[in-house]
Structures are given as structure tokens and as C-alpha cells.
Design a protein around this ligand. Structure first.
Ligand code: KIV
Length: 268
């Protein structure tokens, strides 16, 4: 855990990257979850649109609305003290810079988020630049983009093979140049994620992207063993432990010490 007890800001996260101190991130959807994450010293809380699947019971994240994310962000914000609070921009809520600014405005002003996350590659450069230009902290989510599941035809590892890896690394550079403050890589081969994290000057958070990213994130419900078909990159940290508090603390310690994710959670 960062020794500082002051609120986590983008500069805190950049300083952690510079020191090689791993950033522990988790999703949360309501206030009591946020409180437990705070106690465990989580650095960044994401109100993910995964809420559509783990809270609302949908098959995908596509049905999640801006109202849904605003509501859950507001709940999480009441339990948050120190962690940086990021909220997801839902499906089709950032199809133009104007639309993205409206969505970000709602997530931050009504929800209390401190930054937003959006899915997409180099095609989102203009949107990222508009948000960054307006002072909105932006996390660009690359690799597997769950909002595009119907286009992709399933949840698959992205960036495999030389050409695909080169394209993904180029997208990461383009989004950083457009003003992204954080990058999130989902389901990409370990070597590619390591290369992107090495090249990027902003922190790179991984999920199913191997142990060499600057930080790690998991969906809270996967960590607590609540998911019916957990992804291969997840681990049930509650198994063998007595409480949710212990499970979250064990995850934070495993991330800090580089014990999670292991090879069994990573892709080649
Ligand atoms: O929606 C979400 O929870 C996410 C994580 C998988 C990073 O985007």
C-alpha cells in the first residue's frame, strides 16, 4: 500500500508507477463495499459497467445506462475516503466528444466520480482529447472491450500475433498522446502488456494482462467467488478465509507483493 494516507490522485498513481510500487484496484458498486476496500488500502475504485452483469443479472454490459452508473457511483462515493474513484462510461454514451462531455459531467457532478473510463482504441482519440482538454481524468480501456461483445462474438484474448500486438501497442501510444491519464488492458498476452507498461509514461492497469502491469484490477464479485463462471484470470480470495475484509486484504497484499496474478491467470 502507498504509505501516504492522503487521498490518492493521478499524481499519486504516477509516482507509484515511477517507484515500481504496484497499484491495487478493484470494482465496487455500493457504499459498504467501498468501505471494505478503503480499509484494505485499495488505491483505485472503479464503478464498472460490469454492474450490469454482477449486480443487475444481465448477460452483458450493453444494457447499462448512464443513470445506472450515476446511481452506483453516488453510492460508492459515500463509502470512499482515500481511493481514486473512477466511473465507467456506458455503451454508446461517448459516441462524440459532445456526448462524452455530457456523460462525464453527469458521472462527476451527480455521481461524485473523479475520472471516467471508456472503451476503445485509437478511434477514441478525439473523445479522449476533448475530455482531457476539459479537465476530466480519463482511463482508456484497451484489449478486450466487453461493450463490443456482440461485434467480437465472445470474450477472447486480444493482441495475439505480431500484427495485432503492434496495432494494440500503437493504439496505446495514440491514446496516451491524446491525453489519457491511465490505460487499462484487459485480456492481452503477458509479453504485450509488459511492453505497453514499459513504454507508457502513464500507469497501466491490467486485468488478465499478466503481472508486469503497473497495477491490477478485478471485479469484486470474481474475487469473492460470487461469479457463476469466473474468468481464468480471476482468483477467489475468499476461499479458505473467514471474511470479505480478509479476502480483500489478501488481494491487496498479493498485488503489492507481485504474487497476483500468477502464470495460471496470464495468457501467452
Ligand atoms: O466494468 C468493469 O468492471 C471493468 C473491469 C473489468 C476493468 O471494466
Amino acid at each position: 500500500m502507498s504509505k501516504e494516507r492522503r487521498p490518492v490522485t493521478l499524481s499519486t498513481l504516477r509516482a507509484m508507477k515511477a517507484r515500481g510500487e504496484r497499484i491495487a484496484c478493484l470494482t465496487a458498486y455500493e457504499a459498504s463495499q467501498a468501505r471494505v476496500l478503503e480499509e484494505a488500502g485499495v488505491d483505485l475504485i472503479l464503478v464498472g459497467d460490469s454492474l450490469g452483469m454482477v449486480v443487475q443479472g444481465h448477460e452483458t454490459t450493453v444494457p447499462v445506462t448512464v443513470d445506472d452508473v450515476v446511481y452506483h457511483t453516488r453510492c460508492v462515493a459515500r463509502g470512499r475516503r482515500r481511493a481514486f474513484l473512477l466511473a465507467d462510461m456506458p455503451f454508446l454514451s461517448y459516441t462524440s466528444p459532445e456526448r462524452a462531455l455530457e456523460t462525464a459531467c453527469r458521472l462527476m457532478q451527480e455521481g461524485g466520480a473523479q475520472g471516467v473510463k471508456l472503451e476503445g482504441g485509437a478511434g477514441q482519440r478525439e473523445v479522449v482529447a476533448a475530455l482531457a482538454g476539459a479537465g476530466v481524468p480519463v482511463c482508456a480501456h484497451l484489449g478486450l472491450q466487453p461493450q463490443a461483445v456482440h461485434r467480437l462474438g465472445g470474450y477472447r484474448v486480444q493482441g495475439r500475433g505480431e500484427a495485432a500486438a503492434r496495432a494494440l501497442a500503437e493504439e496505446a501510444r495514440a491514446l496516451e498522446a491524446a491525453g489519457a491519464d491511465l490505460l487499462l488492458l484487459e485480456c492481452v498476452p503477458r509479453a504485450l502488456a509488459a511492453r505497453i507498461a514499459r513504454e507508457a509514461s502513464v500507469p497501466v492497469i491490467g486485468i488478465g494482462a499478466g503481472p508486469d502491469c503497473d497495477g491490477q484490477i478485478l471485479v469484486l464479485h470474481d474475487l469473492l467467488g460470487l461469479t457463476e463462471r469466473p474468468p481464468r484470470f480471476a482468483q477467489d480470495f475468499l476461499a479458505g478465509r473467514g471474511s470479505v475484509r480478509e479476502a480483500v486484504a489478501a488481494y491487496v497484499a498479493a498485488v503489492r507483493e507481485g504474487r497476483f496474478p500468477g502464470p495460471e491467470h496470464s495468457f501467452d
